[in-house]
Design a protein around this ligand. Structure first.
Ligand code: ATP
Ligand code: TZP
Ligand code: MG
Ligand code: MG
Length: 268
């Protein structure tokens, strides 16, 4: 996959303005909607069991995020997910906190068992817990050890028959056969809550316009990392609050030229 593909996919998102149906957590709802709008997508948050099937079927992508899960919300996710699959709408799943409590772990496994997830996106510990692999969590080191993270992502992709994205300092994207590493991003992203959740929804926007889920995923991850680097250049000195706002600005303004200049994508 060449860098031009990423530029083309970003342009398609902005031209097509895809509707992204999010069932996400209460922490990141506003940031996610603003991030998708900045990018050029069209966000909607819809949670009621009475309407999620109808919303999912008209969306370009469905994003499920269990950050602040509850019984009713999970039921709604399952209804929305089944409708999405029936209508060929890709489903992105962010298993926030899988492994932190048995409820989160069991729910994540239920979602991947009962739905046809197109793209699973999380940190290394979350992905390990979804597939029931031992993963030592050492605080901030959870995502380190690139060799192992690659293996973990590939194993998860094969086991779940889905595209898997593991993010951290370096990001791994794989369908179990083809694997890419993306080295963009900035550590200050870890100081903004929802930076990962918004990224999952951005992946949703890209998957709405590009059927090849590896191309969609690599494009979304690279574009987001480049936008974060540009935002950090401008706002790092002022701190995470200014960076968060600047990230929205850069999601709107990041250009194909910026991507050509800054993308650090490696096929392994
Ligand atoms: P976590 O709860 O582990 O922080 P998350 O869901 O917030 O997970 P991240 O792994 O933080 O997701 O990924 C969000 C974005 O931040 C991605 O674009 C990723 O590349 C970037 N990122 C995370 N950590 C770093 C880092 N140390 N250096 C550069 N970029 C990073
Ligand atoms: N608590 C429950 S969900 C959430 C918090 C703080 C947001 C997590 O966002 P991210 O993108 O995984 O950092
Ligand atoms: Mg993070
Ligand atoms: Mg997260």
């Amino acid at each position: 996959m060449n860098i031009e593909k990423i530029e083309v996919t970003l342009t398609k998102v902005r031209e097509k303005n895809p509707l992204v149906h999010n069932i996400t957590n209460v922490v990141v709802t506003n940031f996610t909607a603003n991030g998708l709008l900045a990018l050029g997508a069209s966000p909607v948050m819809a949670y009621a069991k009475d309407e999620v099937a109808d919303m999912a079927k008209i969306a370009g992508a469905l994003v499920l995020n269990i950050g602040t899960l509850s019984h009713d919300e999970i039921e709604a996710m399952l209804i929305a997910g089944k409708s999405a699959s029936e209508h060929g709408v890709p489903i992105i799943f962010d298993p926030v906190g899988a492994g932190a409590t048995p409820y989160r772990t069991e729910t994540s496994r239920r979602i991947v068992d009962e739905l046809q997830i197109s793209i699973l996106r999380g940190n290394a510990a979350e992905i390990a817990n979804v597939i029931g692999t031992e993963w030592e969590i050492k605080g901030v080191d959870a995502g380190e050890g690139t060799g192992n993270v690659v293996e973990l992502a590939q194993n998860a992709a094969k086991k779940l028959k889905t595209t898997v994205i593991i993010t951290g300092k370096d990001d791994v994207i794989t369908d179990g056969e083809t694997t890419y590493l993306v080295h963009n991003g900035h550590p200050i992203l870890t100081k903004v809550t929802g930076a990962g959740c918004l990224l999952s929804s951005v992946v949703g926007a890209f998957s709405a316009v590009e059927k090849d889920l590896i191309v969609a995923s690599v494009s979304a991850i690279t574009m987001y990392g480049v936008a974060a680097e540009l935002a950090a250049n401008q706002a790092l000195d002022q701190g995470p609050g200014s960076f968060q706002v600047e990230l929205l600005n850069k999601l709107a303004s990041v250009s194909p030229g910026d991507i050509r200049q800054l993308a650090k994508v490696e096929k392994i």
